[in-house]
Design a binder for this molecule. Sequence first.
Ligand code: HEC
Length: 115
Amino acid sequence: MKGAILVMGFLALGLDAAAQAAAPTVSLGAAVYTHWCSHCHAPGPGHPGTESLQLKYAGKLPAVLVERTDLTPAVVSTFVRQGVLLMAPFRKTEITDTELAALSIYVAGNYQKAR
Ligand code: HEC
């Protein structure tokens, strides 16, 4: 009995640690997005990413990246490392793998929520 209580205590601690670990990832992802992506992908005119995606999807999908619900973290990571049209690929010296993981989860946030 004592053992079971101890195990449950450790489980609770483990979950708590997981919840705490998730918080910095979200804020890191948001910070990387603001630094490297938002000047092209923010809403409104004058943002080449948003304008280009408006043309590409002609309103069938949101032109603003963070409003999309179809982007998975893997798709976001691939575009960031490979680039597309006038969006240059981002190197690991600019966005590290850890930052890319957080960024991809952040940008794909609506995909996760929609499922
Ligand atoms: C210099 C401007 C610019 C910057 C900076 C930029 N992008 Fe882009 N992005 C674009 C353009 C232009 C496209 C191409 C849209 C198209 O295919 O018409 C694009 C496309 C994308 C796509 C593909 C969307 C689709 O459905 O085809 C993703 C994902 C993306 N960008 C993510 C990012 C992320 C994440 C960052 C930050 C690391 C970023 N972009 C930074 C301009 C930019």
